[in-house]
Design a protein around this ligand. Structure first.
Ligand code: ADE
Length: 266
């Protein structure tokens, strides 16, 4: 996977992308990263690339021509026009499925806007995808591009070790991850859940699945309708409902009970 990032702040991208798993993948040659400083393509004598918005309003707009020239220079070097992702709160919201799909590409260009955005005309010509990383507004596209690159990289074969890859499946199943514990057995007077010390793999797996179901219900109920529930999952969720707040340390609210009744059609 070759990443190209068009930005006004290349150092921000370079500084953020060479550590940990991503840094290791780059060193191994599984990923590459090149930044393009849009400012180098200014068409004005003063090196500026922004101007006032037509129609008035606050802030400045990045001009079309420097962005276009940066893009032309980059794609001439790459030899073709790969997908170009423009980071914007107006885009489709990024998720794990998109990360998986984008990981199949050979090359990806990320275009980071700043100020009040980029002249629409150049976006119309060069952007293939408009992506948001969530319903909040950041000062620019740099952090969103790094979020996307990190998440896409994990889906590129070889980037994660076998041991690490197992962990990726928890979200693809639409369930949140279960809690993890490590030594010591007791910390701040709290012991590790006994089932994890039992050595009974079947019980451990069931407990983890129940924890995942419970966490998803509490934090992300919107994901539950997309989960394939088997008989044992339904049994656990029904127990949550029927035994109410006293059930084995899994308290739920009345609202969550209503939600479960609908989900289980009871
Ligand atoms: N630029 C500013 N905010 C953003 C967001 N939430 N997602 C993607 N790009 C952005």
């Amino acid at each position: 996977m070759n990443y190209y990032v068009m930005t006004l702040f290349p150092e921000m991208i370079e500084d953020g992308m060479h550590t940990s798993i991503i840094g290791r993948a780059m060193a191994k040659g599984l990923l590459s990263l090149e930044t393009v400083n849009i400012r180098d393509f200014s068409v004005r004598g003063d090196g500026r690339i922004d101007d006032y918005p037509y129609g008035g309003g606050a802030g400045m707009v990045m001009q079309a021509e420097p962005v276009y020239r940066a893009y032309e220079a980059l794609t001439a070097r790459i030899g073709y026009r790969p997908r170009l992702i423009y980071l914007t709160p107006q885009g489709r919201v990024f998720n794990q499925q998109m990360a998986k799909e984008l990981a199949k590409e050979q090359d990806l260009i990320f275009l980071c806007g700043h100020y009040e955005g980029i002249d629409e005309r150049v976006l119309d010509e060069i952007a293939t995808d408009y992506v948001s990383i969530g319903d909040y507004v950041l000062t620019g596209g740099e952090l969103p591009s790094m979020v996307m690159m990190d998440s896409i990289a994990r889906m590129v074969p070889g980037v994660l070790s076998n041991q690490e890859s197992g962990e990726t499946e928890s979200f693809s199943g639409n369930l949140l991850e279960y809690p993890q514990y490590s030594r010591p057995e007791v910390w701040h007077d709290t012991a590790v859940p006994p089932v994890l010390m039992s050595g009974h793999h079947g019980n451990v797996d069931r407990w983890r699945r129940d924890q995942s179901l419970y966490r998803t219900l509490r934090s992300r109920p919107d994901l539950l309708p997309g989960v394939e529930l088997d008989k044992k999952d339904r049994k656990f969720l029904r127990a949550l409902l029927e035994q109410g707040p006293e059930f084995g340390g899994y308290p739920i609210t009345e609202q969550e009970q209503d939600f479960l009744r609908k989900l289980l059609a009871i």
